[in-house]
Each structure stands twice: as C-alpha cells, then as structure tokens.
Design a protein around this ligand. Structure first.
Ligand code: NAP
Length: 239
C-alpha cells in the first residue's frame, strides 16, 4: 500500500510505534525531549505553526494518515491535528490512554487549573508535584509553612522552599515509597496520564492514606478512530 503516515509523538507508546515504521513514514516531535537517532522512519523536530501550518505540511509531504499519539494533556497539538485533518480531508487516528480510575481507599480531589490547585493545597505542608515544569513558574508564590518537592525530567535549582529533583520513569514502587517517606510528603499532585510507568506513586499515596490532587484532563477533539492501546493501534495498521 502506498500509505505515508505522519505520527505525532510525545508518549512512550508513540516511540514504540515509530520503531516499527518504515522509511517512507514521518515521526514528529515537539523538540523538548530526547530525539531518537536509531529509527528507520524519518524524524521531524519542532512545531508546524498551528493547524494551518500542519495542514500545509500534510499536503506538501503527501501524508495519507495522521496519527496523534501525543500526551493526553497536550491538547493544543491534538486540536491542531483534528482541524488540519478535517481541512485537508486526511484521516486522523488517535491513541488515547484511558484515564486512571480512583480505587477503594483513594482520596482524589480533582482540580481544574493552577488556581484551583493552589486553593486545594492550603491545608498541606509538604506536597510532591509530578506535573512537569509548570510549577517552576510559581516558586515565588510558595506560602510560608510549605516546602515543595518538584519532580521533573531534569533537575534544576529551586529555592529555600522548593527542591527540584530530576527523574524519568518508569518508577518502581519501592523507590516511590522511599521518596514519600524521606521527604515526609503529605499530598501528591498529579495529572491523570493513565501511564503504567508513573502509576506506582498512586499506589503509595493509597497505602499511606494521602490525598492526591489530580489536574483534570483536557477535553480532546473527535477524530476518525480512537485506540486505547498501542497493541490495538498497531494491529489496525498491520504493523
Ligand atoms: P501542546 O501545548 O499541545 O502543544 C504546543 C505546541 O507544540 C503545538 O501547538 C505544536 O506547535 C508543538 N507540538 C506539540 N507536540 C508536537 C509534536 N508531536 N510534533 C510537532 N510539534 C508539536 O503540547 P505540550 O503540552 O506543550 O507538550 C509538548 C510535547 O510534549 C507534546 O508532543 C506532548 O505529547 C509531550 N508531552 C507533554 C506532556 C504534558 O503533560 N503536557 C507530558 C509528556 C509529554 P505548532 O503549533 O507550532 O505546530
């Protein structure tokens, strides 16, 4: 078949799929993380310039199938993908991991945005942030009496009320338990990524009876087909 895929990456499953794509296909990355050098397919790094830029690229590159395998909180690129596919008449498929579901014993409190999060954090003293780098913009706003532990992909300087630690998943439950205990964590802050690699922190919060402030998932656009697992998507692609 003379198919040419543009795969928008951003999650582990996207890289796994990219490893199965042949040289006529393109794997696209925003350019904030590591760029793999050992793929057979082409790798494109950097934005397209919004939905219109992406539509232009789809036409020029002769793409016949667009696959959105970006992170569930990367809503802008998903909206751009759906719009560009509609305007060019190219099919758009998406890999959308199911959200984690609270289990018995969980105390999850959903918040809509940063303001909601800061309000919900007031009763706590030693939060563990696992939201990526966004909290770094708010280090000057940490109230007296709170000490933040912020986990991001790369360590960087914090301040007197915040330490930033760098770590990449997958995380092991024993290490997560040790982290919570060593740092006397009293609340966890997380997105609902649905990723197996980062799930152990939720188990530890459950074990220790700690609340979890969960940033609500953004609403993502409708596309032609949605797959919940890499396995199902790869099967539909015959890969
Ligand atoms: P975003 O807000 O949805 O996207 C911002 C802009 O980055 C897009 O408009 C697009 O620029 C560019 N972009 C994003 N993904 C791209 C891709 N795969 N290929 C080419 N350009 C891309 O996304 P974000 O939340 O900043 O995340 C950036 C990337 O990191 C995404 O690929 C996402 O999957 C990954 N990521 C995000 C999170 C998270 O929590 N948000 C976590 C893990 C990984 P143009 O408009 O110029 O095309």
């Amino acid at each position: 078949m003379n198919r040419r895929i543009l795969l928008l990456g951003g999650i582990t499953e996207a890289l796994a799929l990219a490893r199965r794509l042949g040289p006529q296909h393109v794997y696209s990355l925003a350019g904030i993380g590591r760029v793999p050098q050992d793929l057979q397919c082409q790798v494109r790094v950097g934005g397209f310039g919004g939905a219109e830029g992406l539509a232009g690229y789809l036409r020029e590159a002769g793409i016949s199938l667009l696959i959105d395998a970006t992170h569930p909180y990367a809503a802008q690129i998903s909206r751009n993908a759906a719009k560009a596919a509609r305007s060019t008449g190219i099919a758009c498929w998406a890999l959308r991991r199911p959200a984690w579901q609270a289990q018995k014993g969980d105390d999850w409190r959903e918040v809509d945005d940063w303001a909601g999060l800061i309000g919900a954090l007031k009763p706590f003293r030693r939060p563990l942030f696992t939201l990526g780098r966004e909290p770094l913009q708010h280090l000057d706003e940490i109230p007296p009496g709170q000490f933040w532990t912020l986990r991001a992909l790369e360590a960087c300087p914090g301040n007197a009320r915040c330490e930033v630690i760098g770590a990449r998943g997958p995380f092991r439950i024993d290490d997560e338990r040790a982290l919570f205990q060593r740092r006397c964590i009293d609340v966890l802050i997380s997105k609902n990524s649905g990723s197996v690699a980062t799930e152990p922190k939720l188990e530890v919060a459950r074990e220790l009876g700690l609340p979890v402030l969960v940033l609500r998932r953004p609403v993502l656009p409708g596309v032609d087909r949605i797959f919940e697992s890499l396995h199902d998507l790869a099967a539909a692609l015959d890969l």
